[in-house]
Ligand binder design. Structure first.
Ligand SMILES: C[S@@+](CC[C@H](N)C(=O)[O-])C[C@H]1O[C@@H](n2cnc3c(N)ncnc32)[C@H](O)[C@@H]1O
Length: 382
């Protein structure tokens, strides 16, 4: 496909997303209907669409409105090559600009690409970093790997990845983390991944798991395990623990046994956790506001009502897990959100309902520290 044909495809897909279709579904629909497109075309289209969603409001301002076509006019105005080279109307290229489209004068400064209703909470949470973090959210997220220490050293993992065409660099923040420099789309098919030397995991949750005090024999429960990213990270860091995984939707853990087998880790699935645990991880459902570089359509879909439903659900989960923490044990509350309502305020409210717990550690990460936005509070019982 020519660059102009890819822009045309992006216009079609963006219009579907703007009409309410989830981004992944719209991209999949386009791929199925466009058998002529190669993997390079699909990857380029994905980049165009996700890039436009990350910068939806600023591209709309540059393009003169909020349609797929106007977003792509904004994109070409911002990144080139030139509008005349792309919007030719020839072959599969989009139609030439109208007089009104050509005459758009973008505002200065451009919008910050945050939903209006959320801006006050964003500023309250991030203070003088609010603008820098909003800007970072408009960029593509790096791909991070976690090296499984029981299978390989970071150097060995890097060498195996290199043989599959993937280059990585060490993270200054954490020895077991590698940032993918080239070949990110090859990772899931690489032998380092298939043989359990590395897992795909963002840097910030890796750093959060690395903060937790572990010891052989510890009874650990990952209460909102989903795919099991936290359970596996903890099992890899400290062999000899009894790691259990639970999720209200057990189907979400379907891949966990295979992932654990790949990593050589033992994780026991518990549909109804009984008794108490020395460490309970509650990686709760959240707005995902820390991960909007990866799921930029979610940034525009989230509503105030959904956020308050999530905050209520998080409080309910915290109340449930409090009973599962052994005396003297630790509750690790995690979100991939940047918002105080889901983070510090949520923990404050929990501590006022559960005076038997005290906060011993609290840490937030933002894209300015390399990974996604993430939050950890460690709450000790007793
Ligand atoms: C943020 S995701 C977890 C991601 C996972 N820990 C990982 O690292 O891949 C939140 C999970 O919480 C689960 N969940 C939602 N409500 C729950 C509840 N009341 N009790 C337990 N799990 C719940 C969801 O099914 C979802 O899998």
């Amino acid at each position: 496909m020519t660059p102009a044909a890819r822009i045309s495809a992006a216009i079609t897909v963006l219009d579907q997303i703007l009409a309410g279709s989830p981004a992944e579904q719209a991209l999949l629909r386009w791929s199925r209907a466009s058998r002529f497109a190669g993997s390079g075309d699909r990857a380029a289209l994905r980049d165009l669409v996700f890039g436009a969603l990350r910068q939806r409001d600023s591209l709309a301002a540059l393009g003169g409105g909020l349609t797929g076509r106007e977003l792509m006019i904004g994109h070409v105005r911002q990144s080139g090559p030139s509008l005349d080279a792309i919007f030719t109307g020839e072959g599969h290229a989009p139609a030439p600009l109208t007089g009104a489209e050509a005459a758009v004068v973008p505002p200065d400064p451009l919008p910050d690409d945050l939903p209006d209703w959320l801006r006050p909470a964003w500023r309250q949470a991030l203070g003088d970093q609010a603008d820098a973090v909003a800007l970072a959210m408009t960029q593509r997220a790096p791909v991070w790997l976690r090296v499984n220490g029981s299978r390989a050293t970071p150097e060995q993992a890097a060498a195996v990845l290199a043989a599959d065409g993937i280059t990585v660099e060490a993270a200054p923040q954490l020895a077991s983390a590698l940032r993918v420099v080239t070949g990110d789309r090859l990772v899931a098919r690489s032998s380092a991944y298939l043989d359990g030397l590395v897992e795909l995991q963002d840097l910030s949750p890796q750093m959060a798991c690395a903060r937790l005090p572990l010891a052989p024999g510890l009874r650990v429960l990952d209460y909102c395990a989903g795919g099991g990213g936290k359970a596996l990270a903890l099992a890899a860091r400290q062999p000899g623990m009894q790691v259990s995984a639970h999720d209200v939707a057990p189907a979400r853990m379907a891949d966990l046994p295979a992932r654990a087998a790949r990593a050589g880790a033992k994780v026991q699935i518990q549909t109804q956790p009984r008794g108490t645990f020395d460490l309970v991880v509650a990686d709760v459902p959240c707005s995902g506001s820390g991960t909007w570089r990866r799921t930029p359509d979610a940034k525009w879909r989230l509503t105030a009502a959904q956020l308050s439903d999530l905050v209520a659900l998080q409080a309910r989960i915290l109340d449930q897990v409090a009973a599962l923490v052994a005396p003297g044990g630790l509750l690790a509350y995690m979100t991939c959100s940047l918002l105080e309502a889901e983070n510090g305020d949520q923990v404050d409210a929990f501590l006022s309902r559960h005076p038997g717990f005290r906060r011993i550690d609290q840490q937030a990460w933002t894209p300015l520290t390399g990974g996604d936005g993430f939050f950890l509070a460690q709450l000790r019982q007793g």
